[in-house]
Design a protein around this ligand. Sequence first.
Ligand code: TXA
Ligand code: MG
Length: 318
Amino acid sequence: MIVNNDKKNIDLAVTLLQEGEIVALPTETVYGLAADATNDVAVDKIYKAKNRPNYNPLIVHVSDIKMAQEYCVIDELSETLMNKFWPGPLSLVLPLRTTKKISEKALAGLSTIAVRAPQNSFNEVIKLFKKPLVAPSANISGSISPTNAKTVKQSLQNNVKLIIDGGNCDIGIESTIIKIENNKLHILRPGGITQEMLEKTLNNVEIINVNNKAKIEAPGMLTSHYAPDAKVRLNVCEVHEGEAFLAFGKEKVKNSNKAIDMLNLSETADINEAARNLFNYLSQLDKNNIQAIAIQAIPNIGLGKAINDRLKRAAIRK
Ligand code: TXA
Ligand code: MG
């Protein structure tokens, strides 16, 4: 059931979570499928509803630094970043404290946890719940992440009872996942907090993009991910017969007028607008009568890095 984002439904979501149910909630990045992070049975429901492989750990969502401190050990650099970017789209991988129990299922056997404090009503739900919530994106594993309530419903169908409709997500792309190691900042997944923003906050700290390496440190960095059913062709200079076209900016692409269907991520080449539209437009173009979705090049700056990361994975055949 899709319901309005009001006080009554926030309370209902909290009650369901207390009963060990799973609910879909909006965040500033994408919609999340939330469960009590300390309840094995509830966490298991997430893996089942999403058909998520059990070796892929979940992000633990907290209301603030104080709650995070109860569950993980926070170094100085990580705390600086939390102070600067929380609540917001930054997840930090940190050593787990074993005194308070996060469900082992949610951690997939790791001795670290990824923590993030989300914004808006999701944060309100955690405050009322008084405990962390795990929340992966509210979609079937491997497919496009949802940035509105309707696509949550389309992906998860009856596997979720309650979906709170918070409209379109402000950022539209998942959180950045980082890890501090030997005073170096490793970006495990590019996302809503850009490399440029991190550089500005942490002067003289080396930044390493782990993301490009073959080894899966853990994140949604499984090879094929964020993938529509249709084939995806990247950095196109020409649209082929039978293709749908996802444009960016005003620059012309050969035969774009022959595309079966066409959407523009941002007519004004605004990278933030493109991120906001990305998953929604990919779903809209993903019809079974097309040869492929042809996608125009997107500059690799700011949120462009996260967009290109998602597109690269979307282009790998399932
Ligand atoms: O913006 C977001 O982060 C959204 C919203 C709902 O908060 N959530 C999200 O969750 O994107 P999910 O499950 O789709 O992606 C979480 C990623 C996974 O790829 C997982 O491998 C990684 O976080 N992760 C979780 N715990 C980790 C850990 N201890 N070390 C490294 N990566 C971890
Ligand atoms: Mg996901």
